[in-house]
Design a protein around this ligand. Sequence first.
Ligand code: LLP
Length: 431
Amino acid sequence: MAKRVFIGREALEELCRCYPTPFHLYDEREIRSRARALNAAFSWNSGFKEYFAVKATPTPAIVRLLAEEGCGCDCATGVELMLAAACGVTGENIMLSSNDTPDDDYRLAARMGALINLDSADMVECLSRALGGALPETVCLRLNPGGSFEVPDNPAGRPAESKFGMTEEQIFESCRRLRAAGVEHFGLHSFLLSNAQGNGYYPALARLLFSRAVRMRDELGVAISFVDLSGGVGVAYREEDAEADIAVIGAGVRTAYEDILVPAGMGDVAIFAELGRWMCGPAGALVTRVIHKKETYRTFLGVDACAADLMRPALYDAYHHITVMGKEDAPRTHAYNVVGGLCENNDQFARDRILPETGVGDLLFIHDTGAHGHAMGYNYNGKLRSAELLVGEDGSVRLIRRAEKPGDYFATLDIDEDFTAALTRGNRQWK
Ligand code: LLP
């Protein structure tokens, strides 16, 4: 399907006069409509809750907007817990779904009354130690079923090679120990495919988890309060990719629920999700301008963004569609490598990408950066992280994160008095 540009060229040029490129731009309407579609798709389950994966877009304006749509927060670290709480998300609306977790994060999560998802069997002791033996009433356990996990339209997942989760035996053993220590309710979680294509992933994962949940209830006599399907539902990065249909996914999970949990008398189990990419990915774009054009053995378009603004192409060779603003309908006739300025040859947003004829000054809209985009940014080469802007439902645009300034880059060096004094002198001298 043709990729959607959610702002016109003139409006974007106007915006660039206030906010220099590069910046990430998000579409409030799209984010809200995704949250509503997800909640509608799972409305058959009265306990359904999406815990938005904060790591995907840790920006308060986005987290608050999703909270208004009924979403909680899935956090990976103490800092993300602080961010969620400061956005007004509290108690069991927060899930700490982490691995290799430091005791401090457990303590903070427990003080906040957040749900805690344990990634490994030894974490039972860690949690107990961190909390001085006062375990929460409810604990979630993360399953790694091992082997391979096959879903049509996707390369086979290889859980056995993943660092996440615990074996079924470890889940049972952890459950016994936790129950002996006073835990009354349990959740079961797993994450087996990332950016899953098609509609089959969640239903297949649900079947796997529901059958384990019934076994846990039958063999251990424990109460399973929720099954957390975590993240992983994919988006259509390429024009030829099919969009996941969340209504079909919700119906597929419902069939699994009615096949497995309801007959087992477990029709009160809540379904949780921790989607990040599906919620926000297509609702964001990286806006950047071509500042150089160079011909060698390829034709390079040098843009003012770089991998520090969007790491996915450099890190995973990921495809992000590119629209040249104002040339949406022009024939695509030229092959370009679209590159950033990092001293790393993998800092290329696209290689041999066929675009309309493009030159210096053209504005590029790099699609689907709303999740795992700005969030993964870094400061290599002294590159400063870009601003984030939100197009509101009424079309107005507001700044939701300012661009970094050199002072942000140097902020942690305030311990070095000689350096900060020299920096101040230099800044005066070069002004
Ligand atoms: N829950 C947990 C425990 C996770 O680890 C993740 C993502 C999510 C939820 C959200 O997954 P999503 O629905 O966004 O796929 N940086 C990579 C993705 C890494 C995902 C890590 N965990 C990328 O850009 O593709």
